[in-house]
Design a protein around this ligand. Structure first.
Ligand SMILES: Nc1nc2c(ncn2[C@@H]2O[C@H](COP(=O)(O)OP(=O)(O)O)[C@@H](O)[C@H]2O)c(=O)[nH]1
Ligand SMILES: [Mg+2]
Length: 490
């Protein structure tokens, strides 16, 4: 950290210009209170001439540089270290006119502040030890969280749940390596302070933990950016109709003509407080033209990167056509990492007439389709048990509530225990993977009876990677990368 930068007093609007009733302008740094006092006509001083105590709100009538009335404001004063940044800070709440905010910024700069860089307030909070790097990163996530699940994860990270888990792992490794390095001081005497069996057990436990956390990134990322859910099937199965019905709007073109959707369409939808990213794809068929073939290739790519694969079947179409598209889908699904669901669409064509019930004709047809499709699944994967089956009518919005329920249940099972930590940041996942790899080498070194100094180097490396996440180890480059994604004023 360039030290001189912390001596500056910085200012920036903390709210978006032009929306809402009030705007907040933030000021932080050693001269923050003095500068604000100057701009607010001396209102931040008490009758004795001393600056008001921290956590005080003062009313002020502010004037512009020509002395004309500018606005009536409230100024909240915070004294170091009891502020967001850990420095003296002032937050001026003015009326939400972009003109007023601009005038205030000009006055503050004229009085000695400078405009803040993106994320500079949060960066100062990190540098001043108010939060670690993982917590600082969660501030951006908290602001961006658009649903209950992503808010919960960001909140846990901001409150330090993730950090304390990492700190525990790091402390245990530190204790270990200290004991081992002590042995090096007594190398003449060939002593062992650290019991090698206990050492291996600890390294295995922490490695497994690091790996589990790294693997949770798939679920964590799904919570943050929406669970990728691909809608696939033969042409005309009703994929675009299903997307529109789920979204409650005409997003994709629906047509009787085969091969209408040639490119993919993505839309996010909140179900039960969790975010899903639905991807409508080009339908699968053999007789496709060139452009359509490209679309079908993209469909297979999208299946590969999805978490949930919705196979839409038009149950009124010939068995041969159903089998053909299902076979193509199954060939691209990784049943260990992905969830396949079978949607038996156009069930309305077999309606029984009496309300709600399935006709015997429908039941009969479904049973025959199950048998054929079951034969196309890999060994050990069972229809209904492993591959949920939902009869529905995308057109008549029937069965779609059940689909929403099945999707929400699946996401919930993926997230596990509501208090469990999920990694939502690719930087953290990378560091955890590197930690696990260093511990793999540690474990191997221990079992091969490698010299203590070599083994302890690998442990040091694991400690280093854990420290990267919380910022005990940080470089200008990493900090720049983290904070450049922030807006000015955060
Ligand atoms: N009867 C019936 N027709 C449907 C249903 N879903 C879609 N369709 C019709 O099937 C045709 C193809 O639909 P579309 O959504 O474009 O299929 P896609 O090619 O899979 O995207 C259209 O004429 C739809 O109106 C359904 O649930 N029942
Ligand atoms: Mg379509």
């Amino acid at each position: 950290m360039r030290q001189n930068k912390l001596n500056d007093t910085i200012c920036a609007p903390a709210t978006v210009p032009g929306t809402g009733a009030i705007s907040v302008i933030r000021l932080s740094g050693p001269d923050a209170i003095c500068i604000a006092d100057k701009v607010l006509g001396g209102t931040l001083k008490g009758p004795d001439g001393n600056i008001v105590p921290g956590n005080t709100v003062k009313f002020a009538r502010a004037a512009d540089s020509e002395g004309r009335p500018l606005d009536d404001v409230l100024a909240a004063v915070f004294r170091a270290p009891h502020s967001y940044t850990g420095e003296d800070s002032v937050e001026i709440s003015c009326h939400a006119s972009p003109y007023i905010a601009e005038q205030f910024l000009m006055l503050l700069v004229a009085a000695g502040a400078r405009l803040a860089e993106p994320g500079e307030f949060t960066r100062r909070a990190f540098v001043n030890g108010k939060m670690d790097l993982a917590q600082a990163e969660s501030v951006a996530d908290i602001i961006a969280a658009g649903n209950e699940a992503s808010h919960r994860l960001a909140m846990m990270q901001m409150r330090g749940g993730f950090s304390s888990e990492l700190k525990k792992m790091r402390d245990e490794l530190l204790q270990l390596v200290t004991l081992m390095e002590l042995e090096l001081d007594f190398s003449e005497e060939d002593v062992q302070f650290a019991d090698r069996t206990a050492l291996t057990a600890l390294a295995v436990r922490i490695r497994d933990h690091a790996r589990r956390l790294a693997e949770s990134f798939r679920a964590g990322n799904a919570v943050k950016n929406g669970l990728p859910t691909v809608i696939t099937g033969a042409t005309n199965a009703g994929k675009s109709t299903l997307l529109n019905t789920l979204l409650g709007e005409e997003r994709a073109i629906v047509s009787e003509q085969h091969g209408t959707t040639r490119d993919t369409i993505e839309e996010c939808l909140n179900i039960d407080g969790m975010l899903f990213r639905f991807i409508d794809t080009a339908g699968l068929r053999e007789s496709a033209g060139n452009i359509e073939k490209k679309g079908i290739e993209r469909t297979f790519e999208k299946i590969g990167s999805a978490s949930v694969v919705l196979a839409v079947m038009d149950i009124s179409s010939p068995f041969r056509r159903l089998s053909e598209s299902f076979k193509a889908i199954v060939g691209h699904v990784d049943f260990k990492a992905q969830k396949l669901m079978l949607l038996m669409n156009k069930a309305d064509l077999y309606a029984s007439g009496d309300e709600g019930g399935f006709s015997s004709e429908l039941m009969d047809r479904l049973a025959r389709i199950y048998d054929r499709l079951q034969a196309l699944l890999p060994e050990g994967v069972r229809i209904v048990k492993d591959v949920p089956v939902i009869p529905l009518s995308a057109k008549m919005s029937f069965g779609t509530d059940e689909l929403r329920g099945v999707l929400a249940d699946y996401m919930r099972s993926m997230l596990g225990d509501p208090d469990s930590v999920l990694v939502t940041n690719v930087r953290h996942a990378d560091a955890l993977r590197a930690t696990a790899e260093a511990l793999d080498r540690t474990i191997k070194g221990l079992s091969d009876g490698l010299p203590t100094d070599l083994v302890s180097q690998d442990i040091r490396e694991a400690i280093h990677h854990l420290g990267e996440i919380t910022g005990e180890i940080s470089t200008e480059e990493v900090l720049g990368e983290v904070f450049k994604g922030f807006c000015v004023g955060k």
